[in-house]
Ligand binder design. Structure first.
Ligand code: TYD
Length: 176
């Protein structure tokens, strides 16, 4: 099940404008205080010859707050495709889109926010515990993910009602 359409999308922007440091190196300032993600500018080197393009790179534990245990990427998805619909209990992730444009819709149990990954140098660090949905804005956009954990299906929450319950328990201070 996806995020209900009734979600108050973009409410977060009222109290914390998304900060996007275009030319910055690696980590941006914290995007906002409450929802746990950071939009960062990846290290990027453009070749002086525009025909030769650019190169972006990330170093685990330096540019992002975790060591990278796993890389994966999603490809050949069509414009309009929706994926995701889950949260992670432990996994930290860096998302980036080296080709195309993908919207990442985030929800923390109360607030919803959309981040557009539409430039190769944009990176989105997701802390554990956020529900996410990805929407393909262009055919064949590629979503790359660097993850802090090896794949473990038990670390996922894929049921939306279970996620709401999980958030409620966390807020109530109940530990797993
Ligand atoms: P899934 O998480 O459902 O993709 P999405 O949420 O983007 O739609 O993953 C698709 C399939 O790939 C699913 O069967 C689990 C498998 N998978 C792995 O085996 N290892 C991995 O590291 C990942 C991310 C997925």
């Amino acid at each position: 099940m996806g995020i209900p359409l009734a979600f108050p999308a973009f409410r977060l922007s009222r109290r914390g404008a998304v900060l996007w440091i275009r030319q910055g190196i690696a980590r941006a300032e914290k995007v906002q205080d409450e929802m746990q993600f950071e939009l960062v500018s990846l290290n990027t080197v453009m070749n002086p010859d525009p025909k030769l393009g650019g190169l972006s790179f990330v170093e685990g534990e330096r540019d992002i707050p975790f060591a990278i245990r796993r890389l994966y990427y999603i490809f050949q998805a069509e414009k309009g495709a929706h994926r995701g619909f889950h949260a992670h209990k432990k996994n930290w992730q860096l998302l980036f889109c080296p080709y195309g444009a993908i919207d990442i819709i985030l929800f923390d149990g109360e607030e919803s926010c959309t981040v557009s990954l539409d430039e190769p140098s944009k990176g989105l660090i997701l802390y554990p515990g956020l529900w996410r949905e990805m929407v393909w804005k262009k055919d064949d956009s590629v979503l790359c993910v660097a993850a802090s954990e090896y794949y473990d299906p038990d670390e996922y929450i894929r049921d939306y009602d279970e996620y709401l319950q999980y958030v409620k328990q966390k807020k109530g201070g109940i530990r797993e």
